[in-house]
Design a protein around this ligand. Structure first.
Ligand code: NAD
Ligand code: LMR
Length: 441
């Protein structure tokens, strides 16, 4: 079998060790010849890089491993770039979450004003990285799961329409694991129909390979328990705040009991509930800093001090096998069916052609072929149109340096009550994002 060269961009990410362990566990399906880590924060990169160097020497000495902050070294001779960067890191995530809350509006990484702020920071870095990839390895594919994926995907559509970038999200993957567990199946036994935007969609059918429909049975369960399951089958979304989100899915379902909702709809359908249940002094960023980030970096320190990973192993990011499935689909033309964020072009019949939507696709060597999802109901169509327009306005605001358009984007977000509040939040966000956002006029 061919062996591949992979660079993980955002090599200092809390997710990197889990992804590396997952790749080692999948070498029979996706063999590696080279694995590189790339980050623009040398200190963060060295901490995880040194620890993973020890792990790689112990577990896979045949794979050439390195880590770097030099783009040329990182992007030369690579087949795939797995991208999970966070422009501004946790320091800025905290501000994305806390600034809106100060104004009585929810603060979230990808939804509402926080997502807009993060989007404005990410676009430039993502485009720069795509250009570096194309300069040093023109045939390389970027599999991007950096957030905010919806805004990043729209920016790619507008600014780099011909680049080999696939945007994918792990939320539907995690929820499908829960759904499978509810009906005592494995995710790979199921074929789904789904429509929406990233972090904004609905499952309309869940069938097994024989064509039996399970949606009514799952709906009965979700109406009572949300997506909470007895066994923790979705290893990614486990913290206390996530358990609340899985449970809240039952209230999302109540709004339209025909379809199974994506958990992130909570921020758009129940923003008042989210604000009431938020602590403006302790948000999700603080939960991750004290949890995942601390665990991962202290484990790296221990491995470096011990000079071995024996007795102290990074946890495998089992949830992330979808990245390998996607890489395999391209590398081996497997025609895997996966949810991806792609340009609509008629896939949802009564929605704009130029909207970036999240739908099932068949993925092969030429990339994704979206599967037609037909017409969608007016309620969802209207919600989606409002949200996709927010995302488009953010990208336009970034390109044009337009204060007006960014103010409109915030005003249009279903999470923000008025143009007045939108302006107050925007002015605070501009101050906080100095040096990250383009100058607005
Ligand atoms: P993190 O802050 O721990 O890691 C991000 C890393 O990216 C940092 O080490 C940072 O220095 C680096 N970075 C920032 N800008 C860079 C650039 N221009 N070039 C190279 N490196 C750069 O964050 P995290 O919590 O581990 O999350 C990483 C990313 O993955 C985020 O965007 C997060 O939202 C995303 N994520 C996506 C999914 C999904 O399925 N779509 C799921 C979980 C997390
Ligand atoms: C994370 O930090 O885990 C995110 O990227 C998603 C979340 O859990 O908030």
């Amino acid at each position: 079998m061919k062996k591949f060269s992979v660079v993980i961009a955002g090599g200092g990410s809390t997710y990197t060790p889990g992804i590396v362990m997952m790749l080692l566990d999948n070498l029979d399906r996706f063999p590696l010849r080279t694995l590189k880590l790339y980050d623009n924060d040398g200190e963060r990169q060295a901490m995880l890089g040194d620890a993973l160097d020890i792990v790689m020497r112990e577990k896979a000495p045949d794979i050439e491993f390195s880590f770097t902050t030099d783009p040329e070294e990182a992007f030369t001779d690579v087949d795939f770039c797995f991208a999970h960067i966070r422009t501004g890191k946790y320091e800025m995530r905290e501000k994305d979450e806390k600034i809106p809350l100060k104004h009585g509006v929810l603060g979230q990484e990808t939804c509402g004003p926080g997502g807009i702020a993060y989007g404005m920071r990410s676009i430039g870095d993502m485009i720069e990285m795509i250009d570096l990839m194309e300069k040093y390895s023109p045939d390389c594919w970027m599999l991007n799961y950096s957030n905010p994926a919806a805004i990043v995907a729209e920016a790619c559509r507008v600014l780099r329409p011909n680049s080999k970038v696939l945007n994918i999200c792990d939320m539907p993957v995690g929820t499908l694991r829960r759904i499978s567990h509810i009906i005592d199946k494995e995710p790979q036994d199921l074929e789904v129909r789904y429509f929406g935007l990233n972090h904004f969609g609905w499952w309309t059918s869940i069938k097994d390979k024989e064509g039996n429909e399970y949606l009514p049975a799952i709906r009965d369960y979700v109406a009572e328990h949300g997506y909470l399951t007895q066994k923790e089958v979705d290893t990614q979304h486990t913290d206390a705040s996530w358990q609340d989100t899985h449970k809240k899915a039952k209230d999302l379902l109540a709004v339209d009991p025909r379809f199974l909702p994506n958990t992130y709809l909570k921020y758009y359908l129940y923003p008042d509930y989210v604000v009431e249940h938020s602590n403006p002094d302790h948000t999700r960023a603080n939960e991750v800093i004290a949890g995942r980030e601390k665990t991962v970096f202290s484990m790296a320190k221990t491995i470096i001090e011990n000079g071995t990973s024996e007795g102290c192993e990074f946890e495998m990011g089992a949830h992330a096998t979808f990245v390998v499935d996607l890489a395999r689909a391209i590398a081996f033309n497997t025609h895997e069916r996966m949810l991806l964020i792609v340009e609509n072009n008629g896939t949802i019949a009564n929605f704009d052609d130029d909207a970036m939507v999240e739908v099932p696709c068949i993925v092969g060597s030429n990339g994704p072929e979206p599967l037609s999802q037909g017409k969608i109901p007016e309620f969802q169509r209207a919600l989606m149109y409002q949200q996709v327009t927010v995302e488009k306005l953010v990208v336009e605001a970034y390109i044009e340096g337009s204060y007006q358009k960014l103010w409109q984007a915030l005003t249009l977000s279903k999470t923000v009550p008025s143009a007045k509040v939108a302006k107050e939040i925007l002015d605070d966000l501009i101050e906080a994002n100095k040096g990250y956002w383009p100058e607005l006029h």
